[in-house]
Design a protein around this ligand. Structure first.
Ligand SMILES: [Zn+2]
Length: 61
């Protein structure tokens, strides 16, 4: 009997480089923390723009 060496090592779980996927928009980013900051800033910008628009409409009428 020849004991076969089964290679239990699979090549599926290889640690990638310093890039991870954003759980929100599934974009590959090298810096997930900075990307999350970008997300919050984007949301903040949109909220500010909408607020300005609402203010403008309210004051013009
Ligand atoms: Zn994202």
């Amino acid at each position: 009997m020849s004991p076969r060496k089964r290679s239990a090592m699979e090549h599926t779980a290889q640690p990638g480089p310093a890039s991870s996927e954003c759980p929100d928009c599934h974009a590959l980013t090298a810096d997930l923390e900075a990307h999350k900051h970008w997300h919050s800033r984007l949301v903040h910008d949109i909220a500010t723009a909408v607020d300005k628009d609402i203010n403008r409409r309210t004051h013009s009428s």
